[in-house]
Design a protein around this ligand. Sequence first.
Ligand code: MN
Ligand code: MN
Length: 465
Amino acid sequence: MSENSTNELKEKLFTKKKNACLTLSDEEISIAYDFCEDYKKFLDVAKTEREAVKEAVMLAKANGFVEFDFDKKLKPGDKVYKVNRDKAILLAVIGTDDISEGVRISAAHIDSPRVDLKQNPVYEDSELALFKTHYYGGIKKYQWTTIPLSLHGVVYLENGEKVEINIGEQESDPVFCITDLLPHLAASQMKRPSSEVVKGEELNILIGSRPFKDDKESEKVKLNILKLLNEKYGILEDDFVSAELEAVPAFKAKDLGFDRSMVGAYGQDDRVCAYTALKAILDTTAPKKTAVTVLTDKEETGSDGNTGLNSSYLTYFLSDLAENMGAIPRHVISASECLSADVNAAVDPTFPDVTEARNASKINYGVVVTKFTGARGKSGTSDASAEYVYRVRDLLDKNGVVWQTGELGKVDIGGGGTVAQYIANLDIDVIDVGVPILSMHAPFEIASKVDTYMAYRAFKVFFAD
Ligand code: MN
Ligand code: MN
């Protein structure tokens, strides 16, 4: 066989997956870059699930969506949304096909790993005021020290008034910080196993140092902080009990790399898929199948709770849509299809050992289609059928969406889960589709711009199909 025909045979038989930056035109790449300008703005204003819901409602209204009213008959082209307890949101665009033939769902999560305040957080030690915290989601605790933190959330005062907190995001705002030991005195700390280099009870946030001027009283720094909080927000120490306050990195989303090919920011797991799935439904008009985007809470803690996808709120919403249009809810649900929109771990050249190169996802190779997640012998996952994988593969190929397959690390290394299994348990066909991420769950996560844009295109063509 000549060298030429060997090459031809290779070209015919071997995988055709390539780096998207090589296959896309310069124009397409610049569309992806432009797309990420608004994405970065979204990341900066939606750092918590509550803020993401608020932003989603704002964008939905601006795009003609109205609050879902069960008693108002829906018709094709209608755009509705429903908010679940300010922490999750469902959006739907009613299709022209009979809803009994199923709906198309994109499901992403808007909670991210962070540091929550405890219910009795304020204390003074060594004439400094601090917050006690309890971390949320899977974090490497040491990564959360010595970075500027902002404080987000709500406090319900004794009189029932709701106070919204957002401190540390404006240029003129103060920030907060978890301190760490200087290396000179850290010999014993550095001998701890890395999961304990900083322990959970050591994630204390520094919030002040200036004592209230009074020679007789103790806890004067704490007193001064509570005085400031009371003057500005009306907060008493006991009000923290009825509060949800979250400390997150205070820095803004930035272009990453000399070539600006990536975005570095807090909370891209999973707001990169939340934003793209949201944008896809906002840009969907008069689809055949009813399109639904759900942005959920509590994925990072296992999806339990009434704002997580292990609860019934998605089922109730789909049932409401079905009944509103005179269909049998379980028939609608069973005929539905879903893209579980969540991120995957990209190959990290510095730590290649945890991934298996032939099956791991790579930066710039497009949106990742993950057949299953879970751990060990595929436990704790929904394993998408070959039939459904083909369906999604064919859809993406036909529409020129650049995609790759991925898995969450080597077989015996670890693993993880997404919301896919909870949706599959409703008798819905589902597969994970999302963006590969470097430094996942760190305060500053990295995603590629072309992969992000391809995620948007994947959700968009799924709704339009
Ligand atoms: Mn995720
Ligand atoms: Mn995660």
